[in-house]
Design a protein around this ligand. Structure first.
Ligand SMILES: NC(=O)c1ccc[n+]([C@@H]2O[C@H](COP(=O)([O-])OP(=O)(O)OC[C@H]3O[C@@H](n4cnc5c(N)ncnc54)[C@H](OP(=O)(O)O)[C@@H]3O)[C@@H](O)[C@H]2O)c1
Length: 286
């Protein structure tokens, strides 16, 4: 992407920070806002900041992503992920900007026998998924120039991270009990950010599923992390979601299928290869 004015919300987050770093490499004007500078629940500020920025593209990477926190406080989840997303999209519309909004595989109930396609009907089963689904609908309602990107199971450099959590437990010699009845697509923020930028340039409004190719259970993902990092001998005890009670119950089979972006030639590599690249950059690949 060249010569565009791009505004990013949630710029300190896992995905927002990668998007900003990538876009800043070009001849774009990147305006990144963290929560203290742009709280997406504050309509007056959102409208003013976005109007003053004159963006061509607004990327809403801000969200309440603590799924258990969303279950504990569904009203706050709805304010940020539902109403907040609508605020950003409405302000982008007023500024005649494309809105790129990031959503989740958890808008689906996880009962399908195959990965979900973009045209499958959402039916969230927890407050995080409900709030994100409300956000998608708000974005679609207020800004016809929308690109909604659903993704899943992000792994990123820095911040909270499943990969580091698994390796941390292995290093500490802690017993590893990992859920084996939850399936999705492990996805590397570097690959996702590349794909989002390509998609934004295509200017084709709609809903897109962008994930690294292939699916995994949580326990298979953990197994692969250990095997590739020199911990092949560390055992994993597979458990069911019911044996790991949490405030938020994740959907069982909420893997995504990239159907729509693939038609535009946008595909992400298999997650095994993406994980190797991640581990290599972290200096962890055995
Ligand atoms: N992580 C995953 O596995 C995953 C999976 C599927 C979909 N997604 C979606 O992908 C997107 C990016 O996720 P991520 O992993 O990059 O999230 P993240 O690391 O948690 O970053 C979210 C960012 O949003 C900010 N934020 C929270 N509330 C805000 C508010 N009211 N106003 C402005 N900013 C606010 C956070 O700021 P503070 O740090 O100050 O709170 C943080 O910088 C989200 O839409 C998420 O739903 C993520």
């Amino acid at each position: 992407m060249i010569g565009k004015r791009i505004l990013i919300t949630g710029v300190t987050g896992r995905l927002g920070s990668r998007l900003a770093a990538l876009l800043e490499n070009g001849s774009n004007t990147v305006m990144g806002f963290d929560r203290s500078a742009l709280d997406i629940t504050d309509w007056a500020t959102v409208r003013q900041v976005i109007a003053n920025a004159h963006p061509d593209i607004v990327i809403n990477a801000a969200a309440m992503t603590d799924v258990d926190g969303c279950a504990r406080d569904p009203a706050l989840a709805h304010r940020i992920n539902g109403l907040g997303a609508g605020n950003v999209a409405a302000a982008a519309y007023a500024a005649r900007a494309l809105i790129v909004h990031i959503s989740t595989n958890e808008v689906f109930d996880g009962s399908a026998a195959r990965p979900y396609r973009e045209y499958d009907a959402p039916c969230p089963i927890n407050p995080y998924g409900e709030s994100k689904w409300a956000g998608e609908q708000a974005v679609i309602r207020v800004n016809p120039r929308h690109v909604i990107v659903r993704t899943a199971w992000l792994f990123a450099h820095g911040g909270r991270n499943f990969v580091h959590a698994i390796l941390g437990a292995a290093r500490a010699g802690k017993p590893l009990r990992v859920v084996c009845d939850e399936v999705a697509n492990p996805t590397y923020t570097y690959d996702l950010a590349d794909a989002i930028i390509t998609l934004a340039q295509a200017e084709r409004p709609g809903i897109y599923h962008l994930v690294n190719e292939g699916t995994a259970t949580r326990s298979a993902f953990a197994r692969r992390i250990l095997d590739r990092s020199g911990y092949a001998d560390t055992p994993i005890t597979p458990i069911l979601r019911a044996q790991w009670p949490r405030p938020s119950c994740p959907p069982a089979h909420a893997a995504l299928d990239n159907t729509a972006a693939a038609l535009l030639g946008i595909r992400l590599r298999p997650w095994h290869a993406a994980l190797d690249s991640f581990l290599e950059r972290e200096g962890l690949l055995a």
